[in-house]
Ligand binder design. Structure first.
Ligand SMILES: Cc1cc2nc3c(=O)[nH]c(=O)nc-3n(C[C@H](O)[C@H](O)[C@H](O)COP(=O)(O)OP(=O)(O)OC[C@H]3O[C@@H](n4cnc5c(N)ncnc54)[C@H](O)[C@@H]3O)c2cc1C
Length: 299
């Protein structure tokens, strides 16, 4: 399929052709984007969304690419990475952050303003857009508990602000997913608190994370959703799968829920490990593990 795109299709915004996405994903795997751009303004996103809508070009929007496996065939059409849209502002007890802001930076801004509620997200390496899309959560906290509203762009280019209820958050789910919306920014409604207590909790959670998770190696975090009544990591551990390796992708020996890239791993290696883990856990425990990580792109 050919696309009506060129490096200078959008004035003031460079498009990169056949750009390897392994440069940007947390797993360090993934094929090329046909076209890749890093928009810096809402107007640029609007121009792009309107253009791809009119020309029927596939559009993929990414944040920090920390919950993704991009297949080795790469991504068709135009891919946007929003990490240059990263403004964070604080007004009273509301922190407003653009979609490409690192969630970790939002937690730091909240802490520095002595606002409590985002401590749980201290070590989640995604963007605000990805956190809203996924309803990211950790240590008993969830994004849904702190997002008052999000400003989104619909596939037709309409910008609207939708509230917490309309976002229809669920476990690793929000209405953004079915609506094929682009998250532009989010308002986090927090509670005035004590700086030292907030900092202590964030430091503690980060220390717990570093002790349990293989942060020294590329990964995409927990690969599988928590099955009702079980823990994915424990099922994988009890199946004897830690250390199971295909190519450069390995079930972490430190945390069974993670698959790490131990060197030159490919998306196909990741997919093969995922399939083997799912089949083994199903056979041993009768539990079907579903992926939390989003697997996108062409084979
Ligand atoms: C070491 C490690 C630890 C992690 N720990 C946790 C954890 O504790 N809890 C947790 O929930 N997750 C965790 N994750 C996973 C990940 O960080 C979160 O899911 C995060 O919310 C994903 O954000 P992202 O910007 O990286 O999204 P991406 O990986 O870039 O994208 C994920 C999905 O969101 C969509 N998306 C991204 N931005 C937008 C946008 N602006 N508009 C519309 N759609 C968008 C993408 O299309 C994609 O489908 C971890 C990952 C790693 C590598």
């Amino acid at each position: 399929m050919t696309y009506e795109l060129a490096a200078d299709t959008f004035t003031g915004l460079k498009l990169l052709k056949d750009e390897p996405l392994s440069k940007y994903t947390h797993t360090k795997t993934g094929g090329p984007a046909d076209w890749l751009a890093f928009p810096e303004t809402v107007d640029q996103v609007k121009a792009i969304v309107s253009y791809v809508h009119a020309h029927q070009i596939p559009l993929t929007v990414l944040g920090n690419a920390s919950n993704l496996i991009v297949k080795d065939g790469g991504i068709a059409g135009l891919t946007l990475i929003l990490t240059k849209m990263k403004q964070i502002t604080v007004h009273d007890d509301v922190v407003t952050a653009q979609a490409g802001a690192a969630y970790i930076d939002v937690t730091i801004a909240a802490r520095d303003a002595s606002l409590s509620g985002l401590e749980f997200a201290a070590g989640i390496p995604g963007s605000v857009g990805g956190a809203v899309f996924m309803n990211a959560g950790a240590y008993g906290g969830e994004t849904k508990n702190v997002v008052a509203s999000a400003t989104v762009m619909t596939p037709a280019g309409e910008i609207k602000t939708i509230n917490n209820k309309e976002l229809a958050f669920g476990y690793r789910h929000s209405a953004v997913q079915e609506g094929h919306m682009v998250v532009l920014s989010a308002d986090f409604k927090l509670t005035p608190g004590d700086f030292d207590a907030i900092k202590a909790e964030m430091d503690d959670l980060n220390a717990r994370r570093a002790a349990k998770q293989p942060l020294e190696l590329p990964s995409c975090g927990s690969v599988f959703k928590r099955p009702t009544g079980y823990y994915a990591g424990k099922l994988i551990h009890d199946s004897g799968l830690q250390g199971y390796t295909v190519g450069g992708a390995q079930v972490s020996t430190k945390h069974a829920g993670f698959i790490v890239n131990i060197g030159n791993g490919t998306a196909s290696d990741y997919q093969a490990v995922i399939r083997h883990v799912q089949a083994t856990v199903k056979e041993k425990f009768g539990v079907q593990l579903e992926t939390e990580v989003r697997i996108i792109g062409r084979d």
